[in-house]
Design a protein around this ligand. Structure first.
Ligand SMILES: [Zn+2]
Length: 271
């Protein structure tokens, strides 16, 4: 039971009118007294023998009952701090902070369409030639204004990509623009363009990056760092579901959605 969990418990006790102390994450005498007062009203939901539990165990049991009240699956009321209780407590904390439960990220399945026949990464040299030679690039105009992520005063007119992916990219950009509109795209940080063609190896790897063929694009890199997972990356949020679906319908792959890192990156190649 960590400090955040104690804070979550204190907030529940406060709402339950048994606690008037500070929400400080410390399980002191006031918190203990409030736990006992709340458990007294919930006694019929406690298992036999709970009277003999330690203060800590009774506090956890109280937190479990709080989760159950909010219809958060928490398992048996046993006063033990296992993974199910820990996860349920995180859900309760989110509910207290925002008024709603977190969006179920496990349900966000990436589409596996491939209408344009994008090659596998391992077959890219065969399909598109070696990246030591510059690929044939064309600039696809972007329907909403772009700003270079590391120099927002620089406004690229479009995205310089491999000619083989240009038509698909234009379709994706048009659909995204139709769905969100330029203002919303700006709010979502999707004007922050992080580059496409770049003759380089994979960061943290030795093979060629898909950027070396001009078939990958990075978006808003400052808020979607390479090693960040869905708990930190902005592009993992539910408001980006349609954004990703529109890429995936054209066969593009998000490394974030498929492998939970490099959420900035989308590529026209299958991993
Ligand atoms: Zn990238």
């Amino acid at each position: 039971m960590n400090k955040t969990a104690v804070r979550t418990l204190q907030q529940f006790l406060q709402k339950h009118d048994t606690y008037s102390g500070r929400i400080d994450g410390i399980r002191g005498p006031k918190t203990r007294a409030a736990v006992e007062a709340s458990l007294a009203t919930l006694a019929d939901e406690l298992p036999k023998g709970a009277d003999a539990w330690s203060d800590r165990r009774r506090a956890i049991a109280c937190l479990q009952l709080a989760c159950r009240r909010h219809k958060i699956e928490v398992g048996p009321i046993d006063g033990l701090w296992g993974p199910q209780t820990e996860y349920a407590t995180e859900v309760l904390a989110h509910l207290q902070a925002t008024g709603k439960k977190p969006a179920p990220w496990r349900d966000q399945q990436p589409l596996d369409a491939n209408p344009n026949g994008w090659p596998r990464e391992a077959e890219l040299t065969q399909a598109l030639g070696t990246p030591t030679r510059k690929p044939p690039l064309v600039v696809v105009p972007c329907p909403w204004p772009l700003a270079l992520a590391w120099d927002l005063n620089t406004r690229p007119s479009g995205i310089g990509c491999h000619e083989q992916v240009a038509d698909s990219l234009a379709r994706v950009l048009a659909r995204i623009h139709d769905h969100y509109g330029p203002e919303r795209l700006r709010e979502l940080g999707l004007h922050r363009y992080g580059g496409c063609y770049n003759k380089r190896r994979k960061r943290g790897g030795t093979s060629w990056s898909t950027h070396a063929w001009g078939i990958a694009i990075d978006w808003d890199p400052a808020h979607n760092k390479l090693k960040w997972g869905r708990d930190r990356a902005r592009l993992a949020g539910p408001e980006y579901d349609t954004w990703w679906r529109l890429w995936e319908e054209e066969g593009w792959v998000s490394l974030g959605r498929t492998r939970n890192f490099d959420w900035m990156h989308v590529q026209a190649a299958k991993p």
